[in-house]
Design a protein. Structure first.
Ligand code: C2E
Ligand code: CA
Ligand code: CA
Length: 771
């Protein structure tokens, strides 16, 4: 096997060249097929050049080295033809291999490449025109068959087989080329004589081999370089792809950036932003790049297609596609923000109505005031309180109460302007801050519209309605107060005034009124505690029978000695007690005390107790009187309850009902202050009255004043006609007494018989009346 030994001794260079070219072409072939199945023209041409030129050159160099000692001349035309054939054959063969096809087609393509090697090499040998060719046909045929079989097998190697596939394909192709070379050497023995001194023009074998070696080395190196670059690119690409798959699996958005340029993004990020972006500045609301260097979590905003999205971003270094880049993780903060908003909402708003709550209302007022102090604009605070809400709540339940509050909130909201702040302060209290045009006219209109809006029935559940009214109080900045607390107190005072004015109305703050109100309120508080601490006392004023000056009864009158202000007149504190409802408690105390006192007397004197209108309209009064009579053991006939005409007519049917029940107990009823009110005969007739008390204002100076005399005469006539006892109040002089006696009045009360005084000892009653 001398030729084989010869091959290994001389053909290392061409073999290396062939190997490199074939390998580069094989890899390039893989790369030339795009994922879409299309063929990259540039790459396939590059592969063609590498393979066609490389193998052609390797065989030429091999052939030359076999005959290195003999000077030869090559025909340039035949050489060119040989090279062209190699290129064209490889072009077709590689293209066929690249195109997706059946195994058979690829085997044919491989064979075609082998045939190309064979023919081009044959042409090369022919080009060496000085060589005397004596062909050994057996060697030539067997070499050709072997070469074709090997290249066909190379074609059979499927694409995409990785390094192993490429090595196999390379090996087979190189083997095919080597076979051609090997068998050519065998078929054309080196002993063949050379034709000497050819005259034809040609290229010397030295020039050819140097030129070809240079060019082929360049081509193959370029090719290898390109292949290695591409391979590296592909490896990195695969790595990146791997990373992307991983990144797509996470829920957070992820972008990989280089100098702000977005190189890659995951699905979560794409979904978050909703469009393609190539630079960070397109994605974020602010220049995050500069701040990102901190390498800490940064809260910023992502510019989504529809809205900005609050996000948290964290940057970290990452190796991506073979270089150091930055990975930026983007966390969607919307759900966290929502939770935060929810918490904030709960902290700042009333859960029932969604309005501002008390604390945020106060905050808002403070802010507004701080702003207004600089601009000297005005502001109004409106307080609103529902009338009858407590009744609705008690009668229909809390759910109904809540429904009322919600609907009232909606109705009021509809009356407000865009600049108004509306809050529920708690219970059935609401408040409004108006900063835009708080003119009196505008506020008048606002209050009127709120009153009208709240008034209609409110459906609290299907088929059930409730009705509430509202009272409003308005205070103005700076007119009524400069501080928030002054304004709130002002609005509150105005609200109180509105309620006092009969509810379902509104009032603007009135400083003078508020002052009275304030002392009234203070007084009410003090009266309440005085009552609780038993600091009130009763005095008793005798009532005398004028004919014999015998005291047959006493009127109980309440006294309050204020610890700092001294005695306070009942004319002043009784109305306060009536308004605050305290009168019920006070009246009960008076009744119990007076009855107990009277019961202790040995005689049968009557005891007169004043009963206010509020007590008279309280259904439980007869029951109370009954209980007190039993408790004290006082005979009902000795108790006289003094009521006024105005109390009667406030709610006549109710008063009549109570009076009848009182009468049923055996108690007497006196009409107090007669003459000052309606002085109506029908009232006297319609109600079960036993006694008429002529008001002191007519008695005083009755002996000298004709008009008073006429009235007193009329009342005496009226009472006598109805068979009632008539008693004159405020008798201070004998002259008055004499006039009264002359006119037929039997009873009198006044300083003439005794001032209201400490509980009289029963025995002394008579004596004092005489005194
Ligand atoms: P009143 O029921 O008309 O009581 C008579 C008032 O006239 C008493 O005033 C009494 O002190 C006063 N008075 C008695 N004699 C004379 C007199 O000769 N000349 C003059 N100028 N005045 C005389 P007082 O005690 O200040 O009571 C004022 C009003 O307060 C009472 O008028 C009554 O309406 C109310 N009041 C007093 N005590 C009670 C009470 O226990 N319950 C209720 N509901 N009202 C009471
Ligand atoms: Ca009285
Ligand atoms: Ca009176």
């Amino acid at each position: 096997m001398q030729p084989i030994a010869h091959f290994f001794a001389n053909d290392a260079l061409p073999l290396g060249l062939c190997l490199a070219a074939t390998f580069a072409a094989s890899v390039k072939l893989e790369y030339a097929v795009l994922p879409s199945g299309e063929i990259d023209r540039f790459k396939i041409n590059f592969a063609t050049l590498t393979l066609g030129f490389g193998v052609w050159a390797a065989q030429l160099i091999g052939a030359l080295s076999d005959n290195a000692l003999q000077p030869m001349l090559f025909s340039p035309w035949t050489m060119s033809l040989s090279l062209a054939l190699s290129l064209v054959g490889c072009a077709i063969g590689l293209r066929l291999l690249a195109a997706a096809g059946s195994d058979r087609r690829r085997v044919l393509a491989g064979g075609l490449i082998g045939l190309t090697f064979l023919l081009s090499h044959a042409l090369t040998l022919i080009a060496a025109q000085d060589l005397a060719v004596t062909l050994n046909p057996a060697a030539a045929v067997s070499g050709a068959i072997l070469a074709l079989a090997l290249s066909a097998a190379a074609g059979r190697v499927p694409r995409g087989g990785g390094l192993r596939g490429q090595t196999l394909r390379t090996g087979l192709l190189v083997a095919s080329a080597a076979m051609i070379h090997l068998f050519a050497a065998w078929a054309l023995p080196p002993a063949a004589p050379l034709r000497q001194a050819s005259t034809a023009p040609g290229l010397s074998n030295v020039v050819v081999s140097q030129l070809v070696a240079l060019i082929s080395a360049m081509v193959v190196m370029m090719s290898l370089w390109a292949v290695s670059r591409e391979t590296r690119r592909r490896v990195l690409e695969a790595e990146a792809q791997h990373l992307r798959t991983l990144a797509d699996a996470v829920l957070e958005g992820l972008v990989i950036v280089e100098d702000g340029q977005i190189l890659a993004s995951n699905r979560a990020f794409d979904a978050l932003i909703g469009r393609r972006v190539s630079h960070l500045s397109e994605a974020f609301a602010q220049d995050v790049l500069a701040q990102l260097d901190l390498d800490a979590a940064l809260e910023t905003e992502l510019l989504g297609t529809r809205a900005t999205i609050p996000v948290e971003i964290v940057a970290s270094p990452i190796r991506y596609k073979g270089a150091e880049r930055r990975a930026i993780a983007v966390r969607d903060l919307r759900s966290r923000r929502q939770a935060e908003d929810q918490i904030r909402f709960l902290a700042h708003n009333d859960t029932l109505t969604g309005l501002l709550n008390r604390s945020s209302f106060l905050q808002k007022l403070d802010l507004d005031l701080a702003r207004l102090r600089r601009s000297d604009d005005q502001l109004a605070v409106v307080f609103l309180d529902l009338d009858r809400f407590k009744q609705v709540n008690d009668a229909m339940g809390h759910a109904a109460g809540d429904a009322v509050l919600r609907q009232v909130a909606v109705r009021i909201q509809a009356q407000l302007g865009p600049g108004d702040s509306f809050a529920r302060l708690g219970g059935d209290e609401f408040a409004i801050i108006r900063t835009e045009d708080p003119s009196p006219e505008g506020l008048d209109a606002l209050c009127a519209s709120i009153l009208a809006a709240v008034a209609p029935p409110i459906e609290v559940s299907p088929g059930r309605t409730a009705m509430v009214g509202s009272s409003l109080g308005v205070a103005l900045f700076p007119h009524d107060g400069l501080s928030a607390s002054d304004l709130l107190a002002g609005a509150d005072a105005a609200l109180y005034q509105a309620k006092n004015a009969g509810r379902n109305t509104y009032r603007f703050f009135d400083a003078a009124l508020a002052r009275t109100l304030k002392t009234r309120q203070a007084l009410e508080q003090e009266l309440r505690s005085a009552l609780a601490r038993d600091q009130l006392r009763l005095v008793y004023q005798p009532q005398a029978r004028m004919s014999d000056q015998v005291v047959d009864g006493f009127e109980a009158l309440v006294r309050w000695d204020h610890p700092t202000e001294g005695p306070i007149s009942p004319d002043r504190f009784i109305p306060i007690a009536e308004e605050s409802g305290l009168i019920l408690e006070l009246g009960e105390w008076v009744l119990r005390k007076a009855c107990a006192q009277a019961a202790s007397w040995s005689g049968a004197e009557t005891i007169s107790v004043n009963v206010s209108a509020v007590q008279l309209h309280d259904n439980s009064l007869p029951e109370l009187v009954h209980v007190v009579l039993i408790e004290t053991g006082l005979s009902p006939a000795r108790l006289e309850l003094e009521i006024t005409e105005t109390a009667l007519i406030k709610n006549a049917p109710q008063a009549l009902h109570v009076l009848r029940r009182l009468k049923a107990l055996g108690v007497r009823i006196a009409m107090d202050d007669f003459g000052t009110g309606f002085s109506s005969l029908s009232n006297l007739r319609n109600f079960p009255i036993d006694t008429i008390k002529i008001d002191g204002s007519f008695v005083h100076g009755v002996d000298r004043d004709e008009q008073s005399a006429t009235i007193v005469r009329a009342v005496l006539g009226l009472g006598g006609g109805l068979g009632m006892k008539v008693i004159a109040e405020g008798v201070e002089t004998r002259a008055e007494e004499n006039f009264l006696i002359d006119e037929g009045c039997a009873y009198a009360q006044g300083y003439l018989y005794g001032s209201p005084a400490k509980a009289p000892a029963p025995a002394s009653a008579k004596a004092r009346a005489h005194g």
